[in-house]
Design a protein around this ligand. Structure first.
Ligand SMILES: Nc1ncnc2c1ncn2[C@@H]1O[C@H](COP(=O)(O)OP(=O)(O)OP(=O)(O)O)[C@@H](O)[C@H]1O
Ligand SMILES: [Mg+2]
Length: 502
């Protein structure tokens, strides 16, 4: 009987200008089931779920929710009434509002025209408590780290008592502890009969949480099945349409000169006396848990945040970096972690985004952009990274999450740089595209560039970096050779907290 399904989507089709995002896609979800929705970047996962949650309308196809045919389009309000909630892939919070205000945004509790702030605070407290999240409902969301903001999004969805909960890459910014916590909550709401759609590129985590998988490729439905009856190899080859040989391609090069060093850097609470060195032709991994100060370190080095003390040397000479432009002029590049906020101008086209990072190269006398050169740089960047888009003129916002990340990386590669810092470059990127990004880092390394690779994923740091610096609580706690260390050893340094005096 079809009633066992909480969601049935059939023959769903959806086009955007120049792209057929969904072509005759089916999707089924049962109550009490965690269904993974898998596919490469741009496969159409988010689009399908945005149709279910009322953000996009479908061009064709039928949708049944709890056995009821949904005739017209689903609006966000209808979705909410149906009990469908979505946690978006990209952080979607109002950064100037508080946690509680965000949780109740659009469904504020009020009576007689007055907001019942105290009740909202109380309820926000209780949902955060249930999630065991240590965040005050009165905190301003913009002050929270990416990982914490994502936790607030989860709290927000749970507060609306959803019966179908869609999680679009919920764990991509969470620490392993937060992920365990999330899984515990998923199991609880699943036991309550909730159906959960789980989109993730972290295939290794599926085994802990997923009952079944649906696989999409290029906007089409490919396969679905019980997770335990499939091998990871089958899943990957269904996703990419071919087998992936090496997940972590390493190239060996001879390490060159010490080109870059940071000495005794202090900046704010999260960068304390940090020192490290980078060599030509080497990938330096910076490992650590979320919140260990790695992003803050890259920001301070790059001149985004002020430094309190410390020195930076490039090719043996001390350099001053007071703002990102200083850094760029010296041949430093930073591909930041939060692509939507810091990495991209989402309202500009992909061409403009790539060109912006290279304007100094592209501008001729009088500030006129050399269009031919621009085209070359843009096209090379797009094809090097196999960015999937209908044309370079589309807004960066319209790309799938993973393809946006590729633009962030791509725009810097055209530059003649000496030191390239990647902050979590593979977050939200599919298996095949990850390999492409590793290969880019490898190419830079082979070209004698010093690559600094910040990552929370230990397997990739171990697999790709040559040397690893581990941070904990704003300090460097260890320095290791990748080939001679283990995940356990990295973790032991990553959790080497100072003894706090109460
Ligand atoms: N608002 C939009 N306007 C134009 N094109 C869009 C829009 N939203 C999605 N697309 C296109 O539809 C296709 C599917 O995108 P979608 O975001 O659903 O992929 P995805 O499977 O979620 O990928 P990822 O894993 O990278 O998040 C892509 O080619 C994307 O560029
Ligand atoms: Mg997506």
């Amino acid at each position: 009987m079809s009633n066992e399904y909480v969601v049935e989507m059939k023959n769903i089709t959806k086009s955007f200008p120049g792209v057929k995002a969904l072509d005759d896609v089916s999707f089924h979800l049962k109550s009490g089931q965690v269904m993974a929705l898998l596919g490469e970047n741009g496969a159409g996962k988010s689009t399908l779920m945005k149709i279910l949650s009322g953000i996009y309308s479908r061009d064709a196809g039928t949708i049944r929710v709890f056995g009821n045919d949904i005739k017209g389009n689903i609006t966000p309000k209808i979705a909410q009434e149906l009990g469908v909630a979505i946690i978006h892939q990209e952080l979607n919070m109002c950064s100037h509002l508080t946690v509680a205000e965000n949780i109740f945004l659009g469904k504020e509790i009020h009576s007689k025209g007055l907001l019942k702030d105290r009740e909202m605070l109380k309820r926000a407290h209780s949902v955060l408590d249930r999630l065991k999240i240590d965040i005050q409902p009165t905190s301003v969301v913009g002050d929270l780290a990416v990982g914490q903001q994502q936790m607030v999004e989860i709290a927000k969805a749970l507060e609306s008592n959803a019966k179908v909960l869609i999680m679009d890459e919920p764990t991509s910014a969470l620490t392993s502890k937060e992920i365990e916590e999330l899984f515990r909550i998923i199991r609880e709401i699943k036991a309550d009969g909730c159906g959960i759609v789980y989109i993730s590129h972290r295939l290794e985590e599926l085994q802990h949480i997923v009952d079944a998988v649906t696989i999409m490729r290029d906007g089409r439905y490919i396969n679905e099945g019980v997770f335990k009856e499939l091998t990871l190899k089958q899943i990957i080859s269904d996703m990419v349409g071919r087998e992936i040989k090496e997940q972590f391609p390493r190239v060996d090069t001879v390490r060159g000169n010490k080109i870059f060093s940071v000495r005794n850097l202090n900046a704010g609470r999260m960068v304390r006396d940090v020192s490290f060195e980078a060599y030509e032709g080497e990938i330096l991994g910076i490992a650590g848990l979320m919140g260990s100060g790695r992003t803050e370190t890259t920001r301070a080095v790059f001149g985004v945040d002020p430094k309190e003390s410390g020195e930076i040397y490039l090719q043996g000479e001390k350099i001053e970096i007071h703002c990102p432009m200083d850094a760029i002029r010296h041949g430093l590049v930073l591909a930041p972690e939060d692509r939507k906020k810091d990495g991209l101008c989402t309202k500009l086209s992909v061409r403009e985004n790539i060109a912006l990072a290279n304007l100094d190269e592209l501008c001729e006398k009088g500030g006129i952009v050399n269009r031919k050169k621009e085209r070359e740089i843009v096209n090379t960047a797009i094809s090097n990274l196999k960015i999937k888009l209908p044309s370079a003129e589309v807004n960066a916002a319209s790309l799938s999450g993973g393809n946006q990340q590729k633009v962030v990386v791509a725009k810097w590669l055209a530059r003649n740089s000496k030191v390239v810092i990647f902050d979590e470059p593979t977050r939200g990127i599919d298996v095949a595209a990850k390999v492409e990004i590793y290969n880019i880092m490898n190419t830079l390394k082979q070209n004698g560039i010093a690559v600094i690779f910040v990552s929370s994923e230990m397997p990739e740091v171990l697999g790709i970096a040559d040397r690893i610096v581990v941070m904990c609580d704003g300090r460097v706690t260890g320095s290791l050779k990748a080939k001679e260390t283990t995940q356990e050893e990295i973790l032991s340094y990553a959790t080497m907290f100072e003894k706090k005096i109460d």
